[in-house]
Design a protein. Structure first.
Length: 290
């Protein structure tokens, strides 16, 4: 079992690398054929991205998510792992969905506290410059306020990432890491760390890790990816609506120091979440089988 799991992980990583190359090839071909960016400009891997328009950046994000995450997950499930917990199958139970949402919301103050603590960690100028460049790209992506651009952003920023990232990090990696380690909690921890690290945003590493752990825990308790996908979508969509409502001011605040949250309120909500999680998810843990 362990040997097969390791081999499947190698295949999965290979599919991801192949998907990344495919996404870059598709983007390069589309841009060169349209004449927007020449071959010489594309050789500057960092510079040509800065020249893309907001909609082109959205398209790049969409192609990347589909090719590097959704396609590898589909191929892995199609040819190697047929277990239902590795797929997007399953029926959503409204009552369990509501319980998952309550549990998720109760832990949001803890995510906020982790974001504050993350800010206290000293970082290099390289990290600040990298975050600033990413912020400028985000401003360009969300600059337009048209309904069409908002709907496109909703698909690219909220819907597709929720499906792609939950399928990849919870449906595949978390399941495989639980099988490899033989410990469901270690698998959950490692998958959450990878989920945060892959985003390459150090200033948001800790809150994204906590968020990944919450989503992974819900998947672990329900055995159905659609619950964590729904919550992931809610999280991204809420931030997207805030960005479009406040525009550049909300984006600039990403690099500003936030205030210390109320520790009493955070503690109460976290304790309530623990209590609620114990009584709400009484079903047997659903662990994938190889």
């Amino acid at each position: 079992m362990i040997k097969n799991t390791s081999i499947h992980l190698v295949y999965f990583i290979g599919f991801i690398l192949g998907g990344l190359l495919l996404s870059q090839l598709i983007l390069f071909l589309s841009l060169s054929m349209s004449g927007d960016i020449g071959l010489a400009q594309m050789q500057d891997s960092a510079g040509w991205v800065q020249q893309l328009s907001g909609r082109q950046l959205m398209t790049q994000q969409l192609i990347s998510q589909v090719c590097s995450l959704i396609l590898p997950c589909f191929l892995l499930h199609k040819f190697f792992m047929k277990d239902a917990s590795f797929s997007l199958g399953g029926v959503i139970e409204p009552k369990l969905l509501f319980k998952s949402l309550i549990f998720f919301l109760l832990l949001m103050p803890l995510v906020g506290l982790s974001a504050y603590l993350n800010q206290l960690v000293p970082v290099s100028d390289w990290v600040i410059n990298s975050e600033t460049q990413m912020l400028e790209l985000m401003k360009k992506m969300f600059h337009s306020k048209t309904t069409l651009d908002f709907l496109m952003a909703l698909v690219v920023i909220a819907i597709i990432p929720a499906i792609a990232e939950e399928w990849a990090f919870r449906g595949v990696l978390q399941n495989y890491l639980m099988l490899l380690t033989g410990k469901k909690w270690i698998g959950l921890l490692l998958a959450s760390i990878l989920f945060s690290a892959v985003h390459m945003q150090f200033l948001g590493f800790l809150p994204r890790f906590i968020l990944g752990w919450i989503l992974g825990f819900i998947f672990l308790r329900t055995g159905n990816l659609w619950y964590s996908i729904f919550l992931h979508f809610i999280n991204n969509a809420t931030q997207l609506v805030a960005i479009y409502a406040i525009q550049d001011h909300s984006l600039d605040s990403l690099l500003e120091k936030s205030e210390m949250p109320n520790l009493f309120a955070v503690s109460i909500c976290t304790l309530l979440a623990i209590w609620f999680g114990i009584i709400a998810f009484k079903s047997k843990l659903k662990i994938a089988h190889a």
